[in-house]
Design a protein around this ligand. Sequence first.
Ligand SMILES: NC(=O)c1ccc[n+]([C@@H]2O[C@H](COP(=O)([O-])OP(=O)(O)OC[C@H]3O[C@@H](n4cnc5c(N)ncnc54)[C@H](OP(=O)(O)O)[C@@H]3O)[C@@H](O)[C@H]2O)c1
Length: 350
Amino acid sequence: MQTKIPVGILGATGVVGQRFVQMLEHHPWFEVAWLAASDRSEGKPYGEAARWRMKSAIPQHVAEMTISSAQPQGAPKVIFAALDASIATEMEPRFAEAGCAVITNSSALRMKSDVPLVIPEVNPDHIKLIETQSWRAKSGGFVVTNPNCSAIGLVVALAPLQHSFGIETVMAVTMQAVSGAGYPGVASLDILGNVIPYVAKEEEKMEEETRKLLGTLNGSGIVPANFAMSAQCNRVAVEDGHTESVSIKLKKKATADEIIAAWQKFSGVPQELKLPSAPDQAIRYVTANDRPQPRFDVEFGNGMTTTVGRLRPCGVLDWKFTVLSHNTIRGAAGTALLNAELLKVKGYLN
Ligand SMILES: NC(=O)c1ccc[n+]([C@@H]2O[C@H](COP(=O)([O-])OP(=O)(O)OC[C@H]3O[C@@H](n4cnc5c(N)ncnc54)[C@H](OP(=O)(O)O)[C@@H]3O)[C@@H](O)[C@H]2O)c1
């Protein structure tokens, strides 16, 4: 029997950390060997420190594990990180410096020129940037990031359009779930029966990350995709799933059938290599007028499929449509896990 690779989770008690614990429970290649969080949780059993918010039961052996200090000493060499950016800025380089492969959800290092920002179906070649990192040269450690939870769904939907027709302009308006704000997140008195037309730093992240993800690797850097983009971000009273209303102008004119065909045949390295966390369908196009909806569509493909619907002509740009993506699975832990699987098959976790 093949031995599994021991992995650690930094920020293991939070919303994304818990999603990692859940998704790693039956993983064929990785097993949870180390958990860390703040000093409020350190030394406690995970089952006591984490306010478990997942719908499946907490894995018993993980519940009994003791939360370690968030230091690289004693940590495994593969680390999934789910820390707030303010903490990650200082902590992730420390783990990479100590020789760890840091696979992170935080925005802290995403836009750094030598740090790959990756969605494995979209830009798997960008992981080569690892070779330019000073941590890699010194200790073998490195940092790989996945995008903001709103950028992920949007970019999965845009990637086949950029590839087939070229994109000139994108306008996206989000309706983002409360779980995107972590736990306890937004106070119930602020969000119930309400829409908050502001998610801190989200619009900027969507705009710059989308261009980096759809950009091209040029030697030791990424040349960002060259299109105009505007994002508007709102928080709504939905538990899981970010919905986005998107309008686009394409460089080459395309019919609705051509666009839908581009979405339906879209697949990438994770599907070709049958990576364990890859959904069979990266994108599902739904035809009902009132779909996608978070309540009915967010779990499709175990939360890893991006659902697109309502493609119709736009009176200002060319086309408009709706995108739905699970923010803590595809938008966070699931894409990080897929990145780790990609790194493993490319030999970066040896
Ligand atoms: N939620 C989403 O949908 C989503 C999606 C994509 C990306 N992200 C990003 O993922 C990261 C985590 O988000 P989240 O929603 O899981 O946040 P969260 O629920 O607030 O969890 C934060 C985690 O960080 C730990 N922590 C806090 N201070 C620490 C310190 N000084 N040292 C070590 N650990 C510390 C917390 O531990 P304690 O329990 O001990 O306080 C907790 O485990 C953020 O960067 C976020 O932007 C989130």
